[in-house]
Design a protein around this ligand. Structure first.
Ligand code: MRU
Length: 377
């Protein structure tokens, strides 16, 4: 079950609202999410008291972005355990809520593994639930640390690849604090450049159809005080042609063993543009996004979403007209092609920046070595 809490905005600044937090009020533990579907218009929190509410929040993108999905999945298992629900059932539902971001299944597996290990060691349900929660908290903390390290490696790479004088960076979708235990992935690199006085401009793709760029990245860029400009996804080509882009920085939802990168739909066309215009195309993601069990790009399951996200503009505050709850922008009955992600082949990726360092050129051998190094540390 999920309740909604509204914040007036007077007592609490948007910058201070975490994307996710665990709380233990007298009525019992809850997982509190910043409802990202309501941004930037209003800050609303969703309070999940069970895993099924969290599954719904994941499907509706109230909580989203690969690293945060992993954290949410782990807390979801802990929530089921602490509240005495069927933990295996909850874990299966959570892991299957969205297919592309591997972090979700990784997070669920980690908390479930801790839960089962505690039971196997003779612990009771309470002890096992505590173990699941400790695993979720550890993942949350580690993601914040990884974010800071990615920002450092990413900024060093930008400085190495680009001439001095200020970087003009194009980004797609949303990859900041809203998707992370820390300051994010690609956005964290842009933020580090901004703080170092080396970000001349962040070009923000609006990211159709759900506008994560316009609604969320512009929101984060504005509150960080960086120079940013929003563009329609279709305007990226002319921006490259005008020589206004020095680098592309994006996140990833899954990186296959061969280095293929699944990310928000629209990333692949940017990679093609970047190659044509000799601009570095840089992917920033934690090692948990690299999936050695997915051999190549063709093996990545790309989530297909409802057509009404394309045929209607949906906003919580909009008056309701279309069947999907939004305002229709296409004739009723129009079929839509709506993949949530696309896959960029490794040969178009200049570098993958992780907390363990930079992989460039992107090869399966270099990624395997990275994963092995991460397992050792
Ligand atoms: O459908 P979303 O909004 O969950 O998609 C998110 C993205 O594609 C992000 O770019 C990706 O998760 C990387 S975030 C660090």
């Amino acid at each position: 079950m999920a309740d909604q809490y509204a914040h007036s905005g007077e007592d609490k600044r948007p910058t201070e609202t975490p994307a996710i937090r665990w709380e233990e009020p007298p009525e019992g533990p809850v997982l509190v999410l910043l409802d990202q579907t309501r941004l930037p218009a209003e800050e609303m929190e969703l309070v999940c008291t069970d895993a099924s509410a969290l599954v719904e929040a994941i499907r509706s993108l109230a909580v989203r972005g690969a690293p945060l999905l992993g954290i949410a999945g782990a807390y979801g298992v802990a929530l089921a355990a602490v509240r005495g629900f069927d933990v295996d059932e909850a874990a299966a539902a959570l892991a299957g809520a969205r297919p592309t971001a591997v972090n979700l299944a990784v997070g669920v597996r980690r908390a479930l593994g801790a839960y089962r290990a505690a039971l196997a060691e003779g612990g009771d349900g309470r002890r096992a639930a505590e173990a699941a929660l400790a695993a979720a908290r550890a993942l949350h903390r580690e993601d914040a640390e990884a974010s800071a390290r990615m920002a450092g490696h990413g900024l060093a790479l930008l400085d190495e690849l680009l001439p001095a004088g200020g970087h003009r960076v194009l980004t797609h979708c949303n990859t900041g604090a809203l998707v992370s235990g820390g300051e994010g992935t690609a956005f964290a690199v842009a933020l580090a450049a901004h703080r170092a006085g080396r970000l001349r401009r962040l070009w923000v793709d609006e990211t159709r159809p759900l506008l994560q760029g316009a609604r969320l990245t512009a929101y984060e860029a504005a509150r960080s005080g960086m120079a940013y400009t929003l563009l329609t996804d279709n305007a990226a080509g002319s921006l490259f042609a005008a020589g206004e882009v020095d680098a592309v920085l994006i996140g990833a939802d899954r990186i296959a063993a061969d280095g293929s990168v699944a990310n928000k739909v629209g990333s692949y066309p940017l990679a093609v543009l970047a190659r044509y215009h000799h601009v570095p195309f840089i992917v920033v993601a934690p090692v948990t996004t690299v999936d050695p069990d997915t051999p190549d790009g063709a093996s990545i399951e790309v989530e297909q979403r409802a057509g009404h996200e394309v045929t209607e503009i949906t906003a919580p505050q909009a008056s309701v007209a279309g069947a999907g709850g939004g305002i229709a922008v296409a004739p009723l009955g129009t079929q839509a092609y709506n993949p949530a992600f696309d896959v960029t082949p490794p040969e178009l990726v200049t570098a993958i920046v992780t907390e363990e360092g930079v992989v460039s050129p992107v090869t399966s051998e270099a990624l395997a070595e990275l994963c092995a190094r991460a397992r050792r540390t």
